[in-house]
Design a protein around this ligand. Structure first.
Ligand code: ZN
Length: 501
C-alpha cells in the first residue's frame, strides 16, 4: 500500500470539505424531478407501490387518496434514496386507492408524480375454520364486503400445483368440499375477487385430514343385547359407539373399537325402551372424526307378550310407507314378505323397512304357487327374490312364506329356508274392510301370534294405524318373526313350517 504523506493529506481534506459545502448550497436551490410510479400491486399484506428513483434526491414522500375523497393523505416519508418500493398495510378490502410520490432534495420537494396509479385492494380471505362434517370438509372464511365471488383451491402435497375445486358467488363465505376422500390430508386456499381484481394466492392456508362418517349403521335385537354393525370408513380404524336411552338428553360414549372392528354388542341396553345409537369414526386420538346418522331400536323384554305382524304381496309405497310410519312412531317392527318382481319399483320402502329394524322375508319372485311349480322354478323364485332383496338391504331374507301358504313335502325339501305361515288370518285381501281387519286382530291375537295382512290395500294401511297403538297398549311388543322365535327359544330350520311362537 502506498503511503500518503501528511502534507498531501491536509490539502485533500480541505478540498473535500469545500466540495460538501458546494453541494449543500446547490441542494437548497435545485428542485428534484417528480418520481414516476411504475406499479401498484396487490399482495397479501396490502398494496405495494413501486417507483423509479430520481437524482438528485434525499428521499421520498408517499401520498394516498381514497376513492370518493378529494384529500391526499401523507402516508410515509422515506429517507433512503435506494428504496424504490413501499408496502401500504393500512388498506381496506375492496377500497380503491390512488398514490402519488414526491422526491425531496434538501428542503425542496418535487411536484407530485406525473402518473398517479390507482388500485383496489382485494384481501386474501382469511380462513376461519375447517371442519370435518359428514358431507366433507367445510371451509369458512371471514366475510368480506363487496366481494363478487370466491374460488376454492386444494392440493395434497406442498409441491403440487393448486387446483380449483369450487367457486361461490357474491360474498358467500362457506364451501363444503364434498369430493374429499376419507383418510387424506388436504391443503386449502381461498381467493376472492372484487369485479375483475383477484386477491393473491398467498392468502391463509388451511390443512385438514378428512374422516368420513360410517355410512351405514344397522341395529339388531338379540338375546345378548343390541348388536351394532357399521360400514368401514376408508383410512380409519378407530370408532366410538354412542348411546342415548329414551328420556335422556345426552349422548354417552359406551365403547371404543380399535383396529378396524366394525361391530359392538350393547349388553347393557335396557329392555322395553327405545335406545338411540350412533358411531363416530375418528383419527388423531379423537380430534378429527364424523358421526354416522343415528338409529334407534327397542330392546325386547323376554318376559313380556310379543306379536309378529306380517305383510305379504308388497312392497307398495303408498301403503307400505303408511305402515312404516306408524311402526316407527311406536318403535315397533314387523315382517314384510316381499314379492321379488316388485322390489326394484318400490325399493325405497324396502330399504327404509330394513333400516327401521323390520325383517324382509321372501314371498317368491312372481307370487308363484310353489306346490305346482317345477323344482328348478321353486329354486329360481326364491333365489331371484333374495338377490333383489340383497341389492337394496345388503343381505338376503332368511325366511320364506310360500304364496297362499301352500307347501307340501316336495316344497319343504327344496326350499332351503324356514317356511313361515300364520296363526291369525285377517282376510284383509278378501273383504278390504278396515273395521274387519281391526276386529279380527283384536279378537284373535295372543302372545306369540303371527298375524297375516297385505300391504297392498289402503284399508289394511288404515287398520294398522289402529292396530299398532292398540297392541302396544295391551302390553304387546311388536317384533319381527325371527326375533320372536329367538326370544321364545324356537330354533328355525330349513324346510320346517312355523305358524306361531
Ligand atoms: Zn301372497
Amino acid at each position: 500500500m502506498k503511503r500518503i504523506s501528511k502534507y498531501v493529506l491536509l490539502p485533500l481534506s480541505l478540498l473535500f470539505l469545500a466540495g460538501v459545502l458546494t453541494l449543500s448550497v446547490s441542494a437548497a436551490n435545485v428542485k428534484p424531478k417528480a418520481p414516476k410510479i411504475t406499479a401498484v400491486r396487490n399482495v397479501k399484506q396490502g398494496l405495494v407501490i413501486s417507483w423509479k428513483t430520481v437524482e438528485p434526491a434525499d428521499g421520498y414522500i408517499i401520498y394516498r387518496q381514497k376513492s370518493g375523497s378529494s384529500g391526499w393523505k401523507r402516508l410515509a416519508d422515506i429517507d433512503n434514496t435506494n428504496i424504490n418500493s413501499y408496502v401500504d398495510r393500512s388498506v381496506k378490502h375492496s377500497v380503491t386507492y390512488t398514490y402519488s410520490l414526491k422526491a425531496v432534495y434538501g428542503k425542496v420537494k418535487s411536484d407530485g408524480s406525473a402518473v398517479k396509479k390507482s388500485k383496489t385492494f382485494v384481501a386474501a380471505p382469511e380462513i376461519k375454520s375447517v371442519e370435518n362434517i359428514r358431507a366433507g370438509v367445510k371451509l369458512q372464511w371471514k366475510k368480506y364486503k363487496n366481494t363478487t365471488g370466491s374460488k376454492i383451491y386444494r392440493k395434497i402435497t406442498e409441491s403440487e400445483k393448486w387446483h380449483r375445486i369450487g367457486t361461490v358467488s357474491g360474498n358467500n363465505n362457506i364451501f363444503v368440499d364434498r369430493s374429499a376422500e376419507s383418510g387424506v390430508r388436504y391443503i386449502y386456499q381461498v381467493r376472492q375477487s372484487v369485479g375483475n381484481i383477484m386477491s393473491v394466492r398467498e392468502g391463509s392456508v388451511a390443512m385438514k385430514t378428512f374422516v368420513a362418517a360410517p355410512e351405514k349403521l344397522t341395529l339388531k335385537c338379540t338375546l345378548d343385547g343390541i348388536v351394532l354393525n357399521w360400514s368401514q370408513v376408508q383410512g380409519c380404524s378407530n370408532y366410538s359407539v354412542f348411546r342415548m336411552i329414551q328420556g335422556e338428553s345426552e349422548w354417552k360414549r359406551i365403547a371404543k373399537r380399535k383396529t378396524g372392528v366394525l361391530t359392538y354388542t350393547d349388553k347393557k341396553a335396557p329392555v322395553g325402551k327405545t335406545v338411540h345409537y350412533k358411531v363416530r369414526a375418528y383419527i388423531n386420538s379423537g380430534s378429527i372424526g364424523a358421526f354416522s346418522f343415528s338409529e334407534k331400536i327397542k330392546r325386547v323384554d323376554p318376559k313380556r307378550k310379543m306379536v309378529a305382524l306380517t305383510f305379504d304381496d308388497g312392497p307398495y309405497s303408498p301403503v307400505t310407507n303408511q305402515i312404516l310410519n306408524i311402526l316407527e312412531k311406536y318403535g315397533a317392527r314387523a315382517t314384510f314378505f316381499v314379492v321379488g318382481s316388485r322390489v326394484s319399483t318400490y325399493s325405497d320402502c324396502v330399504t327404509r323397512a330394513a333400516a327401521l329394524g323390520c325383517e324382509i322375508g321372501n314371498h317368491t319372485y312372481n307370487h308363484t304357487t310353489l306346490t305346482s311349480a317345477s323344482d328348478s322354478r321353486i329354486i329360481s323364485e326364491i333365489e331371484d327374490t333374495n338377490r333383489v332383496i340383497r341389492r337394496y338391504t345388503g343381505k338376503g331374507a332368511s325366511i320364506v312364506r310360500a304364496p297362499g301358504g301352500a307347501v307340501n313335502s316336495r316344497v319343504r325339501q327344496i326350499v332351503n329356508y324356514p317356511l313361515v305361515n300364520w296363526s291369525v288370518d285377517t282376510l284383509d285381501w278378501q273383504h278390504r274392510n278396515t273395521a274387519k281387519v281391526i276386529a279380527s286382530v283384536k279378537s284373535s291375537v295372543s302372545d306369540g301370534s303371527i298375524v297375516l295382512m297385505h300391504d297392498l290395500y289402503p284399508t289394511t294401511g288404515n287398520a294398522v294405524q289402529v292396530i299398532v297403538p292398540w297392541l302396544v297398549n295391551q302390553g304387546y311388543q311388536l317384533v319381527t318373526v325371527s326375533e320372536m322365535m329367538r326370544y321364545k327359544g324356537i330354533k328355525l330350520s330349513s324346510g320346517n313350517v312355523y305358524s306361531h311362537a
